[in-house]
Design a binder for this molecule. Structure first.
Ligand code: NAI
Ligand code: MG
Length: 514
């Protein structure tokens, strides 16, 4: 079934919302499952609705994968991984070229893809590059695929000196059939983070997209065929976590699962792997990342970095700098200006080019974030900006700034995953490092100071997978990303991202005369 989409941009009544009532999106989107190079209905013919969070209207009904479809997709991926299948026998330079072709096709269609992403997820379309949004996501998607295409023909082992007269060398082989379970906050980008290393290493893959944002991956499936990938190398399933996601993570013929999402589900994925076939697991989970601003920081730079560090993508980032620690000497001034920046943030229609923040992804997330805001107030924190919803339609939440929250309070400890910043005061370096590290998470952290020695010292003391200094949320495909502690394990991006998609094989050959 091909569906023609017309974008309904309802008028919001609230004056605070910027709205451009234009029918901007008119495109064709595939709604079926992508298995073995073909679009097919689910075996059980189920479907579910995906909603535009700006209008609360249904965009499309998409096929829902059940366990039976998971079996079919895994079988297709296994066939494509057979040692004599085209994907396995082609030279690695051909794999590289296919990936480069896919990247170019995505680049060609990136405007259309960004519009669909914006509509399905609520993030700004933001074509002009001044605001971070769907358009920027697709630049990163293309960069990621090109980066990993460059690795495809450069995956090597080593030769190893041993005590005996033997030649010992290692080979990095593809781990096999991979499963990817991805979230909704960066739907296409998280797809690229999984496809890049899987395809570069010669694996095959079954992806389950988030039930909140299934559309762009299906559009990319078309491009995978257009690029000329053999059938079954990439399979894309729309569906829910409890059914399709669980079936994939429990599957006995899946060699590796890569999961991005909540820490709660991360625990389950690990359990599914343990209960089934001990498939390899990599997890990129939640966070409660600290951003630390010292008295001697460049204030403008620190204000911008900490503001973008939290509010980028409406706070729906695993690495969001949601705990902002400001040193006492500049605290009052910094808090005032930080709240002003939040108040000024433009909330509204994702298609309006001035919009910096659209709606949250769906009603569940919207209610969850509003719930955290109410809990924050009840537990005694003070609201300096925002503090509730914006408008009456669409899942808009005002950019919110809290102060005076206790370290032990809910909003100081739990991942909110919304536009809610909490600012804390601190006095000394030792104190702030200790408070920053007192978390079950360890995904990212930030430090702002003009003292280079202090930046290096604090960066080394923070227990986090990425530390940004005098900046935040700065990404590159070459830069490894992942968590300490309960923020996950394994790294994505960079050469390190390849490790999880390969098995290391050791070959031993005697050189003695016989
Ligand atoms: P989630 O962790 O439930 O969903 C992420 C993915 O996992 C989706 O594809 C979902 O269908 C799948 N999933 C859910 N339950 C599963 C199961 N039992 N087995 C296999 N797959 C399963 O996240 P959700 O519900 O969308 O958001 C809840 C919270 O999770 C957010 O409020 C946020 O705090 C956090 N989150 C963190 C993300 C990150 O990037 N670290 C991304 C998305 C959500
Ligand atoms: Mg949606």
């Amino acid at each position: 079934m091909m569906l023609r989409l017309a974008r309904h941009s309802a008028l919001h009544s609230a004056a605070a919302l910027r709205v451009a009532p234009r029918a901007l999106l008119s495109t064709k989107v595939e709604t079926r499952l992508f298995i073995d190079g073909k679009f097919v209905d689910g075996v059980e013919k189920k479907a579910f609705a995906t909603v535009n969070p700006a209008t609360e209207e249904v965009i499309a009904h998409v096929s829902e994968a059940t366990e039976k479809d998971v079996d079919l997709a895994v079988a297709a991926a296994r066939r494509a991984f057979n040692h004599n299948a085209p994907w396995r026998t082609m030279p690695s330079s051909r794999r590289r070229d296919l990936m480069l072709k896919l990247a170019s096709l995505i680049e060609r269609d990136s405007k259309e893809l960004a519009r669909i992403e914006s509509m399905d997820n609520g993030k700004p379309f933001a074509e002009n590059g001044k605001v971070y949004g769907a358009t920027a996501d697709f630049h990163l998607v293309v960069q990621c695929l090109r980066y990993y295409a460059g690795h495809a023909d450069k995956i090597t082992g080593t030769t190893i000196p041993v005590d005996s007269q033997q030649l010992v060398y290692t080979i990095r082989e593809p781990v096999g059939v991979c499963a990817a379970i991805i979230p909704w906050n960066f739907p296409a980008l998280m797809l690229a983070w999984k496809l890049g290393p899987a395809l570069a290493t010669g694996c095959t893959i079954v992806v389950k997209t988030s039930e909140k944002t299934p559309l762009t991956a299906l559009k990319i499936a078309h491009l995978i065929n257009e690029a000329g990938f053999p059938p079954g190398v990439v399979n894309i399933l729309s569906g829910f976590g409890q059914s399709a996601g669980k079936a994939l993570a429990m599957h006995g013929d899946v060699d590796k699962v890569a999961f991005t999402g909540s820490t709660a589900v991360g625990h389950m994925i690990e359990e599914y792997a343990a209960k089934s076939n001990l498939k390899r697991v990599t997890l990129e989970l939640g966070g409660k990342s600290p951003m630390i601003v010292f008295d001697d920081a460049n204030i403008e730079q620190a204000l911008q970095a900490s503001h973008a560090g939290l509010f980028l993508n409406h706070g729906q980032c695993c690495c969001a700098g949601s705990r902002l620690y400001v040193q006492s000497g500049i605290y009052d001034e910094f808090v005032k200006r930080s709240a002003q920046l939040a108040e000024k943030r433009v909330v509204g229609d994702p298609m309006d080019h001035k919009t910096e923040q659209g709606p949250l992804v769906d009603k569940i997330q919207f209610e969850k974030v509003l719930g955290f805001i109410e809990t924050g107030k009840k537990e005694g924190a003070k609201v300096l900006a925002g503090g509730g919803r914006v408008g009456k339609k669409g899942y808009y939440v005002a950019p919110t700034v809290f102060v005076d929250a206790k370290d032990s309070s809910t909003i100081a400890k739990e991942e909110i995953f919304g536009p809610v910043l909490t600012i804390f005061k601190f006095d000394t370096e030792d104190e702030v490092v200790e408070r920053a590290n007192r978390s079950i998470f360890g995904l990212a952290a930030g430090v702002c100071s003009r003292d280079v020695g202090r930046c290096l010292r604090v960066a080394s003391r923070l227990r986090a997978g990425t530390v940004w200094v005098n900046t935040y949320n700065s990404f590159d495909a070459a830069q490894p990303f992942g968590g300490f502690k309960q923020s996950g394990h394994g790294r994505e991006l960079g050469a390190a991202g390849l490790d999880n998609y390969t098995e290391l094989k050791t070959v031993v050959i005697p050189m003695d005369k016989v």
